[in-house]
Write a protein that binds this ligand. Structure first.
Ligand SMILES: NC(=O)c1ccc[n+]([C@@H]2O[C@H](COP(=O)([O-])OP(=O)(O)OC[C@H]3O[C@@H](n4cnc5c(N)ncnc54)[C@H](O)[C@@H]3O)[C@@H](O)[C@H]2O)c1
Ligand SMILES: [Zn+2]
Ligand SMILES: [Zn+2]
Length: 387
């Protein structure tokens, strides 16, 4: 089968690899018809993680079931399914509590938790930017889609990661109807967080970024754009709220946050959020931060090389704020969000800028990584556009 394989920093090649196959009675094999490139892939693409060369990328996957193992009883061959990026067993201590984002048994490293397809430090699983994908515990992990799946797959594929992740950011931030919410980052995750906050009935949602094309998309869905090249988001929000700040906020940028000149500073958005949110407000941090960042531009900075971010803990404590962090538990939200899509209440494909064949993955990585004007979100179709 063909697959998009990581071959070293800023090098992705589409080539033949062994077909995905059933390795366990509870596996299913999915013919991938839609698979996205994510901001998380870029951390790996840029060589900023331990992701191994020769591995297939892709953790935002949707497709049609083509084979099921003998232990599978629910999912049927021919059904369209969307796969949460988290791979979970369903029976460990964490999964029992709904924490599929930190499943204990799918992560082979005993001291770690959490697994994903084609992801650094999250188990050995291949990614879905390929013609076929092996899905462990298919009955538990696959979310089945309705009859509109094939035509609306560009909406449904957002359920694999960014829609539930954006929603999770708003859950950790405790966004409620009428709230005033600030979102750092107008990438796909930030846009989905803003969209989720608006779906929940937030009164005002600001989105801060330095990319005008992405800010335009934020504005189109009803958020208030803040261009960080010209304005300090915390000042804008405080100015609009009698100096108090937003009720809550979401961090959707991560450790590669940079200033408009391109200088990286992993503390920028965290400190911005603490400043922009009022006393006792909650902060939802879904942007990725790493326990070690030896390949970082600031590896010469000893603290950041060790993943230690100098953030304003004193101010956060003084304001009595709370912060939620980590990978999103996609399964907690994907069924309800699927039904919002099916019922015509949500259309997360609004942010898709490009639908391409798998063979175009190398160019797509290059353009998306450069945050080239207009490249908001790429969906690859490994089995043809009409598949
Ligand atoms: N927690 C999870 O489960 C989860 C899931 C998916 C993605 N992520 C992470 O979320 C983050 C965002 O993902 P994405 O796909 O939207 O990525 P992206 O890289 O496309 O978007 C990031 C955006 O942040 C902007 N940005 C950079 N510095 C900024 C600053 N100082 N202030 C405001 N905006 C700034 C960039 O211009 C860009 O538009 C990444 O770190 C990704 O790894 C986490
Ligand atoms: Zn993703
Ligand atoms: Zn588990």
């Amino acid at each position: 089968m063909r697959a998009a394989v990581y071959e070293g920093p800023r090098t992705v090649t589409v080539k033949d690899v062994p077909d995905a196959k059933i390795e366990h009675p509870c596996d299913i094999i999915v013919k991938i018809t839609s698979t996205n490139i994510c901001g998380s892939d870029l951390h790996m693409y840029e060589g900023r993680t331990s992701f191994e060369t020769g591995r297939t990328l892709g953790h935002e996957n949707l497709g049609q079931v083509v084979e099921v193992g003998p232990g599978i009883s629910k999912v049927k061959v021919g059904e369209y399914v969307v796969l949460p990026f988290n791979i979970a067993c369903g029976f460990c201590k964490q999964c029992e509590k709904g924490l599929t984002n930190y499943c204990l048994t799918m992560q082979p490293e005993p001291a770690l938790a959490g697994a994903a397809y084609g992801f650094a430090e999250m188990g050995p699983y291949q990614g879905g930017q390929a013609e076929l994908l092996r899905v462990p515990y298919g009955d538990f992990n696959a979310l089945r889609l309705g009859e509109d799946a094939a035509e609306r797959q560009v909406d449904y594929v957002m359920l694999a990661d960014i829609f539930p992740t954006g929603y999770h950011a708003t859950e950790m931030a405790d966004v409620k109807p009428g709230d005033q919410t600030i979102v750092y980052g107008a990438g796909p995750v930030g846009l989905m967080a803003a969209y989720s906050a608006l779906l929940k009935g937030a009164g005002r949602v600001w989105v801060a970024d330095q990319q005008p094309d992405r800010l335009r998309v934020a504005e189109e869905i009803g958020a208030i754009p803040i261009d960080t090249r010209r304005e300090n988001p915390a000042e804008v929000v405080k100015e609009a709220t009698l100096g108090l700040g937003a009720d809550n906020g979401c961090e959707c940028v991560g450790y590669q946050a940079h200033d408009p000149e391109g200088k990286e500073d992993a503390a920028l958005t965290l400190n911005g959020l603490i400043d922009a949110v009022r006393f006792t407000g909650s902060l939802g941090v879904v942007g990725v931060f790493l326990p070690e960042d030896p390949g970082g531009a600031k590896a010469q900075d000893e603290l950041e090389g060790q993943g230690k971010v100098p953030f304003d803990y004193g101010l956060m404590w003084f304001k009595g704020q709370r912060m939620g962090t980590g990978q999103a538990p996609v399964k907690r939200y994907n069924r309800a969000l699927r039904d919002l899509v099916a019922g015509g209440k949500a259309e997360p494909s609004f942010l898709v800028s490009h639908e391409l064949d798998l063979d175009e993955a190398p160019t797509a990585y290059e353009k998306f990584d450069a945050r080239e004007n207009g490249w908001t979100k790429v969906v690859l179709h490994p089995n043809g556009h009409s598949a």
